[in-house]
Design a protein around this ligand. Sequence first.
Ligand code: NAD
Length: 490
Amino acid sequence: MSIQKRLDGRLLINGVLIAAQNPSTAVHNPATGEVVAMTGSAHPQEIEAAVAAARAAFQSWSGLPGKARAKCLHRLGDLIEADADAMAQLMTLEQGKPVNEARGEILKLAETCHFYAEEASRIHGETVPNDSTDFDSIIVREPIGVVGAITPWNYPAELVGWKLCGALAAGCTIIIKPAEITPFTALAIGEKCIEAGIPAGVVNVVTGPGAVVGQALVEHPGVDKIAFTGSSKVGLHIQKSATTVKRMALELGGNCPMIVTRSADLDAAVKGAVRRSYRNCGQICIAINRIYVDRQVYDEFLQKLAVGAEALTVANGLEFPAADLGAMASAEPLNKTQEHLADAVSKGARLLAGGARPNGAEFKNGHFFRPTVLADCTHEMLIMTEETFGPIVGVAPFETLQEAVQLANDTPYGLASYVYAKGADEIRFLSRLLDYGNVAVNTVDAGIINAPYGGRKQSGVGYEHGREGMLEYMNFKHIRVRFDMPSEGI
Ligand code: NAD
């Protein structure tokens, strides 16, 4: 039986993939419009059951030695890696990215399991000296409790995995609420958790509309922390709408700039720009949305970027696993891309590549768009000031490095930024002044699992990745002990 048939209309509650009471919404393949399977809108009773299961499992899961949790996470990583092909196909079916790219994401999820397995066995506290020698302050770390993890559709495996693995390593239990249009990858991960021997109730998956099912987790007094990735608008709403005090990590939207100086290796910069503007059809929170290029190399950069964009292949990602761009995940980001394009062109931007859907009957029913380059963009245009989440990038020239920084920082967002330069002084100047949680220099891979990743300003609070990504799921406890001198034997 195919995975999507097995997961059709299911929820994972207390270690069992149950049939949802209300499996009412169809999930569509964004490349063809065909129905993949049905997904449930979790009923309030089902949400209660998931929270109750997670609460009940917390005591024993958090009581296990870190090494025992590590074993489970290693097993989970092995199982996911072994089934990467099938899980990748499933992701492409519901999300649209080409299978090879989806497979890469699944393997990164497996790596995340192994990384946090190792962190689980290294949880430790510290002893802090006091003003007088008869006291010790012992700082221990304890898991927060039950986590509600709410995730978007652009990276249906990794964005679940960062939360799941960090939380489980710390000793928390979790209820995952995936995006409406990509529920099956999360359920498939849940199924792997059962196979890996993770006890019932530790991992639960409930599906359904964010405003109902996600909101119920936000408001539930039995949920101790919300780990959310999604838009800044919904993130702010979540922060305002919690009805009890609870910990929150909010990984939100971006509007990420790239600066190319006159000393940069232009070919490398173009290659980086092509990868980070169009990968996953630009549906990445750290996608390059806008590029500022030194006036001296502006025309040469534009010409090469247009050639690079036009060389990319757009195709159905299931039939052409190695395509550069598959279908966009839904009509919504495609419409926004077209809106930003029209706005920029109406305000004087020059269209150098793309700008339309690809021709051909095979694209008729899917959400496809060609990689698009716009030159001579200004901050009057939406493309330079709002996150597009589509395969489009705006480019503008700059005269001085100061101006480049000012333009790059002219945004309420602060997730990731990119610099291509050769001069050490330029690199230092730019990387210190860019007001972003991540600055990638001469590379466009801004995040690695070993180092903390998070935004600032309207891009959010909290960190994922790295040791910090596990500590986000832990509380400190200060145990202050006063000792007497031993009465005998000194
Ligand atoms: P979204 O905010 O619309 O939805 C995200 C999740 O929140 C979904 O599961 C949705 O069902 C749920 N949700 C919606 N309303 C809710 C509510 N009232 N209460 C609780 N949950 C609710 O975002 P999206 O369109 O799915 O994803 C795209 C956005 O995610 C982009 O802005 C992108 O930049 C951002 N993103 C950020 C990061 C990061 O690490 N900072 C990573 C990936 C995506």
